[in-house]
Each structure stands twice: as C-alpha cells, then as structure tokens.
Design a protein around this ligand. Structure first.
Ligand SMILES: [Zn+2]
Ligand SMILES: [Zn+2]
Length: 284
C-alpha cells in the first residue's frame, strides 16, 4: 500500500556512540548532554554483526546492552592504543564474565603485546579479578593495513600520529565506509597522508577534535587535533559526514554547541559525537 511517507533507504551500517569524551571520564552536570564516558563506539551491520572500537568507560554501557541480547557470543574489539581513556572500561565489560563468549581483541600491535597489555591492566594491585581467570574465551590478533574480512565487513587499520603510537580503522560494508580516527595530531606529513587516503570518499569520518584552534598551540605535541583540522580533512577527503569526537574534558555542553556552530561554517555536514546517539550510514 502506498502510504505517501518518504522511504529512507536501509542503512548499510549503524554507528553507536557509547563514549565520546577524551582523556578522562567527566560525569559532571555541565557535560551531561554530550556525555562524559571515554572512547567507545560500535558499528552494527543489518545482519546483526557488530564491531567494537576502543574500550573506554563507554564500553560498560555497551556490555550491559549486549547482556540483554542472548545469542551474541562472538565479539570483536578493535583498540586504537592503550591510553587509559581507550582501555579503562574493559574490566567492567560484562561479556568478559560470561562463559561461552568468544572475544577477539585486535590492534596494530603484535598479538603477544596486546595480550600482555590487557592482562597487565587487570592485575594486582590494580584490579581484583585476574584477566586470565575471566570466563570468556579471549583471542588476540594483529590487524594492519591489509583489509581483513569479518562477515560482511572489511576492516583495516592505519597508523596515526600520537605519543606512543595509535591506529585508526576503516570499516567497509554494504557500499559504505566508516573511518574511526581518534587520537591523532595533524602536522606529520606521512600520518596525515595515510589518514586522508583512508578518509577519501568515506561516508562517516569520526575525528579527534579535542582542542579549539585557540587551545591548540599550548597543547602541541599532546597527540590531538582541532575541530578546524577536522573540517579541513573532511573537505579534502570529500566525506559525507564529519563527527567531532574525543571531546576535551574541560568543554561543557554549551562550549560544544559553539564549537559545532563554528565547525559547520567550515564544513556544513558536521555533527558532534553525542553519547547514546546512533548514526545511520547509507551506502552511496
Ligand atoms: Zn584518547
Ligand atoms: Zn591517546
């Protein structure tokens, strides 16, 4: 029956934002609308397959939502690097505590290094439960620039410019591309070129926009970008939508609104990463 209601095409992917803050969780009243949990997003395909990026404190809520979906036993977690704001939620990720789950961790580092870092985080005196005693079966894999198939998606990593190293990820599925590029400081020509290549033609670019251009000079070398650089990359790469991510802990909701308005002057299709929001990605 013709309803006259415009039909939206089925999304190729959905990006869910569980943690959008950088550096440290900021659960304060001035930040509640944008959100205070640290980095965690997942990408969900129409088949139900899902891929988790980073394990900041936002992964706790993701894990609680997963616990309500019986049957999902095979999870993939892709880590950009091991700074606390990308790892600190992991000990509170519910699926780790369920026998029958298989959780595969991926990063740009070797599988051995990855296992070592994750188990080092959950050890006496930092945490009461030892990593190797968790109920889920855990696997560790290295993912480099060569795209690897995960069900209906292809995922690859690329190296960013960040103290100690970090990598971004591209996710291709259903004719669409999502790029997760957080913890990157512009100004390193090789890293900037890798990012531009990864983002070229992307449907969604999630980008580290921690600082304002005014704040940046006193934070040069800290490994983070600005909203202005984000808009430049988005424009040069011809992305469909730019998502400002890894918000500074000191930026209140009101400041974030001003940042968004300024960024939109430079690149209209810009949005703020807001905790609990979902971005529908339609293939071209
Ligand atoms: Zn970070
Ligand atoms: Zn970092």
């Amino acid at each position: 029956m013709e309803t006259g209601v415009p039909q939206t095409p089925n999304p190729a992917m959905e990006v869910r934002l569980w943690g959008v803050r950088g550096s440290v969780p900021t659960p304060c009243i001035e930040n509640l609308r944008v959100g205070g949990n640290t980095a965690c997003v997942d990408v969900v395909l129409p088949t139900g397959e899902r891929f988790i990026f980073d394990a900041g404190t936002g992964i706790r809520n993701l894990g609680l939502a997963e616990a309500e979906r019986p049957g999902q036993t095979d999870l993939h977690v892709f880590l950009t690097h091991f700074h606390w704001d990308h790892l600190q939620g992991l000990p509170f990720f519910q699926p780790l505590y369920s026998a029958g789950n298989t959780i595969t961790f991926h990063s740009g580092w070797t599988a051995e290094r990855l296992r070592e870092v994750l188990s080092g985080q959950m050890t006496n005196p930092y945490f009461p439960v030892r990593f190797d005693l968790l109920a889920a079966e855990m696997r560790f894999e290295q993912l480099l620039e060569e795209p690897v198939g995960f069900g209906a998606a292809k995922i690859a990593s690329f190296a960013l410019n960040h103290p100690g190293g970090a990598c971004g990820y591209t996710v291709d599925a259903g004719g669409a591309r999502v790029v997760y590029a957080t913890d990157h400081e512009h100004g390193n020509p090789e890293a900037d070129a890798r990012l531009l290549k990864a983002a070229t033609g992307a449907d969604v670019l999630i980008y580290d926009a921690q600082f304002t251009p005014d704040e940046y000079p006193s934070h040069a070398g800290w490994g983070h970008g600005t909203w202005l650089e984000a808009t430049r990359v988005a424009k040069a790469a011809g992305v469909r939508e730019l998502v400002l991510f890894h918000h500074d802990p000191g930026h209140t909701d009101d400041e974030m609104e001003r940042i968004l308005a300024e960024a939109r002057v430079h690149f209209a299709a810009t949005r703020l990463a807001v905790e609990w929001e979902t971005i529908s990605v339609v293939g071209r």
